[in-house]
Design a protein around this ligand. Structure first.
Ligand code: F6R
Length: 606
């Protein structure tokens, strides 16, 4: 996720462009930049937050411009530095482009353009757009952008300006948001409505495949064939603060609602010819071949994602997966030998215990494959290969959409390891197919939000919860309990359902509810009997199960259904439910879920 802005008008100062960009800082903050046409055509971009950009522009903030674009970056391709920062330019430095999204086929396009003599200066996927537009430009910017976007695969929202076109921005959208409006003599577009509200509350949301020509007094929208489209104007009655959170009360809520998009972003470019595909693993496939054991280290929610990976790979191959919480791994004899693979999972890429575990494993000859959200983080830099989550920045302290992204990358990696090691079969095909179709189903799960809030209302005053699940549902139980503990401060514990009768069942009574994670999988009837045992101790029961299973009603009236899927994929399907249940309880209790007490977003100390 990145933030883009475009402004065109008569009385604009660079300060206006920077203020507009600052409204989008939550969308990314590893570098920022602007391109503008005033007395000159200028580009200025810097690694770091927008304040660094602002400081660098101090002498120029009052300079006038007619047309300008701006970008705040959350890196996906290429580490955060001045060169990889947007805007990106063509060879003649006449065209500037800002982009939010991922261009899947950028390597092929870059090779083609390099053969035609284009010189690239950054490692980004975005730069190909500037050169493609240059290649197609024959005096008409709209025409050039229309031709260029036809060649792009992936997700994008782009804004393009040309040195010789002082009154127009051409923008395009597919898969990444873009909204535009006309204020008093100002045309403005952005990744969300926040920057627009200073100028207008009447806005148009671009649709996938739209290409827009924006001027100070109006706009036209075309499809990719250049045919004019009509788009509805919406009146947005938000204040600027609410708009930053997309109208949601908290970032955590917004980020849960972004679960399906995070899944899409994690999958983009990673399925080719109906097989999992990781460009990044090109040189490491040999290492994964013949592996009989894989080690995994991570903490908290990332550890639970790793646990799902263990169940997945061990259920489908003879490969052992040994997973350990990083803070334990780093202080044990590592049992690593030369060439072993260690997978490190970390949203932030800065978790101290995970970094130390990686350093220890490296010392003993392990190769490190990391799964990271923050490009350029320490873990990214210290790993042999990094598979990025591409979830965009997560502002809420509790991991939500990044858990979904971690799971997506781990499923794909598991499938890739199966393929490399000769375990590919019809079932693997089916799992991949269901994974690719999952984002739409996650949207359906999110539509259960009002029902989940109602249940949260009913259960918010209990002081203890017991989450249970077997097999793939055990990590979901752990994750549900963790979310509840950390943002509502209600005590919650999680057990493998079969362990209940070995002790914890003694806790259960009318004041100790059970949250049973029990999809229609091969262990359903086993879990069901554990739940019935809990009921006989008078514990209230919430069931998270599969649509269409009428037998759940024999257990309780408090059921949340999710659509059916392959049994290995239920952790992904059910993640939004346990996240929302905890979120609503926190909100209903008047607690701020974005900033839970005693916690920080990344744990950079022991
Ligand atoms: C829970 C949560 C934490 C993190 C853990 C690891 O909601 O956010 O448990 O998952 O601190 O963080 P990363 O993934 O950044 O290493």
């Amino acid at each position: 996720m990145c933030g883009i802005v475009g402004m065109v008008g008569e009385n604009l100062k660079l300060e206006d462009l920077v203020i507009s960009l600052q409204k989008l800082e939550y969308r990314g903050y590893d570098s920022a930049g602007i391109a503008y046409l005033g007395d000159n055509f200028g580009v200025y971009k810097k690694k770091g937050r927008i304040d660094v950009l602002r400081n660098g522009l101090k002498q120029k903030l009052n300079d006038r411009f007619f047309v300008g674009i701006a970008h705040t970056r959350w890196a996906t391709h290429g580490e955060p530095n001045d060169i990889n920062a947007h805007p990106h330019m063509d060879c003649k430095e006449e065209i500037a482009v800002v982009h939010n999204g991922i261009i899947e086929n950028y390597r092929e396009i870059r090779e083609f353009l390099e053969q035609r003599g284009h010189i690239f200066s950054s490692e980004t996927d975005t730069e190909v757009i500037a050169h493609l537009v240059e290649e197609e430009f024959e005096g008409d910017l709209l025409d050039a952008v229309l031709k260029a976007v036809k060649k792009l695969k992936g997700a994008y929202a782009i804004a393009v300006v040309h040195k010789s076109v002082p009154d127009t921005i051409v923008a395009a959208r597919k898969g990444s948001p873009l909204v535009a409006g006309i204020g008093n003599g100002v045309g403005i577009l952005a990744s969300d409505v926040t920057p627009l509200l200073r100028f207008t509350k009447d806005v148009v949301f671009l649709e996938d495949g739209d290409v827009m020509v924006l001027r100070k007094d109006g706009f036209e929208v075309y499809n990719t064939d250049g045919v004019k489209q009509q788009r509805k104007i919406y009146h947005v009655d938000w204040d600027e603060k609410a708009a930053e959170k997309g109208g949601y009360k908290y970032f955590m809520y917004k980020e849960i609602m972004e679960d399906p998009q995070a899944l899409v972003n994690a999958l983009v470019g990673r399925v080719k010819n109906d097989r999992p595909f990781f460009e990044e693993l090109e040189y490491y496939e040999e290492l994964l071949k013949g592996a009989d054991r894989i080690r995994v280290v991570s903490c908290g929610t990332s550890y639970y994602a790793g646990l799902v990976f263990k169940y997945f790979l061990e259920n489908h191959t003879d490969i052992d997966v040994e997973i350990e919480v990083s803070s334990e791994f780093r202080y044990k004899r590592p049992h690593i030998k030369e060439g072993d693979i260690l997978i490190a999972i970390s949203q932030s890429g800065e978790t101290a215990d995970t970094l130390e575990s990686v350093r220890l494993a490296k010392k003993h000859g392990a190769k490190i494959v990391s799964i990271v959200n923050v490009v350029g983080s320490t873990l990214d830099r210290e790993s042999d290969v990094t598979l990025f989550m591409n979830a965009g920045p997560e502002i809420g302290v509790a991991a939500t959409k990044t858990y979904v992204a971690e799971l997506a990358v781990l499923y794909l990696l598991g499938l890739k390891i199966m393929e490399i090691n000769g375990y590919w079969d019809r079932e693997a095909e089916d799992i991949l197919d269901k994974l690719v179709r999952m984002p739409e189903l996650l949207e359906n799960v999110l539509r259960k939000d009002p029902q989940i809030r109602e249940l949260s209302e009913k259960y918010k005053n209990y002081r203890n919860f017991m989450y249970i699940g077997r097999g793939y549902s055990y990590p979901t139980a752990l994750e549900g309990a963790l979310k509840l503990k950390e943002i509502t401060y209600i005590h919650a514990t999680a057990y493998q359902a079969g362990e209940l009768k070995h002790g914890p069942i003694a806790l259960l009574d009318v004041d100790f509810p059970v949250f049973a994670v029990m999809p229609d999988d091969s262990l359903f009837f086993k879990t069901k009997s554990n739940v019935i045992e809990s009921k006989s101790r008078n514990a209230p029961v919430i069931v998270l199960g599969t649509e269409g299973n009428r037998s759940l009603e024999e257990i309780t009236g408090d059921i949340i259904h999710v659509p059916p899927t392959h049994e290995s994929l239920y952790p992904l399907m059910m993640a939004p439910v346990v996240q929302l249940f905890a979120y609503h309880i926190a909100d209903l209790k008047g607690l701020d879920p974005d900033k839970p007490r005693n916690l920080a977003k990344s744990v950079t100390v022991e």
